[in-house]
Design a protein around this ligand. Structure first.
Ligand code: HEC
Ligand code: HEC
Length: 219
């Protein structure tokens, strides 16, 4: 029975990797028009800096750093925070829902261009032992529970792969762990076939904390 379970897990994992290949091909079509970073900076300074800092390197663990994040990914998240046609937002956040409400599609592009150009500050993991456990998951996943290696989509150094796979390197561990929980409960992405939802449902709380700690010091 153990053997059967492992085989079905490997098949499920292969399907996951395959579906992400298809995703990657279609995603390159989007986000071609570059935004105006100078216009983006105006809004960033007036509105967003209070929580994400002027250069997008947030100093508050609950607020993500945006510096160096891929523009297409930022645009997608800003859209996902908005509720469309009376349906609940794809990504639930009362704070960010209020922030995106007044933004036009051009504002979003401009903000994304600004943050993508900022230099991310490298972080340091606070708990070295926990980070070592997290590194194993990041680079090798967990074969027994079919958790794929994070590095396959987010790249070995955490820089991500535009346009679909966000940068993770140096992100606050508290924020990363909160997002993994949000993917699990579908507070983020209402799609049961979403790759991050599937991955997060296979992870233990301990694994989430470990991999988040590792990511916070990854560079
Ligand atoms: C009052 C604090 C606050 C302000 C002001 C704010 N944000 Fe945020 N932002 C947050 C928090 C908290 C989150 C995490 C939400 C979650 O848990 O999903 C977030 C998440 C984001 C994300 C998702 C990042 C990722 O890695 O997925 C983007 C993009 C973002 N904010 C952009 C902006 C922009 C652009 C502005 C200005 C128009 C702004 N924020 C203003 C608090 C704030
Ligand atoms: C099959 C590809 C794939 C794999 C493997 C993968 N991810 Fe992701 N990840 C994604 C995609 C796509 C997104 C963007 C989701 C969106 O657009 O909202 C994402 C988003 C994230 C985010 C949100 C980042 C932010 O700024 O809010 C975190 C955190 C994350 N992944 C962590 C992980 C961890 C930890 C692992 C390994 C256990 C992992 N991912 C493995 C594809 C993947």
């Amino acid at each position: 029975m153990q053997g059967m379970k492992l085989v079905s897990n490997v098949v499920a994992f292969a399907a996951l990797v395959l579906s992400h290949q298809i995703f990657a091909d279609t995603a390159t079509e989007t986000g071609k028009a570059p935004g105006d970073a100078a216009k983006g900076q105006e809004i960033a300074t007036q509105v967003c800096a209070a929580c994400h800092n002027a250069d997008g390197n947030s100093s508050i663990p609950a607020n993500p750093s945006l510096a160096g994040q891929h523009a297409e990914y930022i645009i997608k998240q800003l859209k996902n925070f908005k509720s469309q046609d009376g349906k609940p937002a794809e990504r639930e956040s009362p704070i960010m829902a209020a922030m995106v409400a007044p933004l036009s599609p051009d504002d979003m592009k401009n903000l994304a261009a600004y943050y993508a150009q900022q230099t991310p500050k490298p972080g340091v993991a606070k708990d070295k032992l926990l980070a070592e456990q997290g590194e194993k998951i990041y680079r090798g996943g967990n074969l027994e529970t079919s958790v794929p290696a994070c590095s396959g989509c987010h790249s070995p150094n955490g820089a991500g792969i535009p346009t679909s796979y966000p940068r993770l390197a140096g992100q606050h561990s508290e924020y990363v762990a909160a997002q993994l929980r949000a993917f699990r409960t579908e507070q983020r992405t209402k799609d049961a076939n979403n790759e991050m939802h599937i991955i997060a449902t296979r992870m233990s709380e301990r694994e989430m904390q470990a991999v988040s700690e590792f990511i916070s010091g990854l560079r």
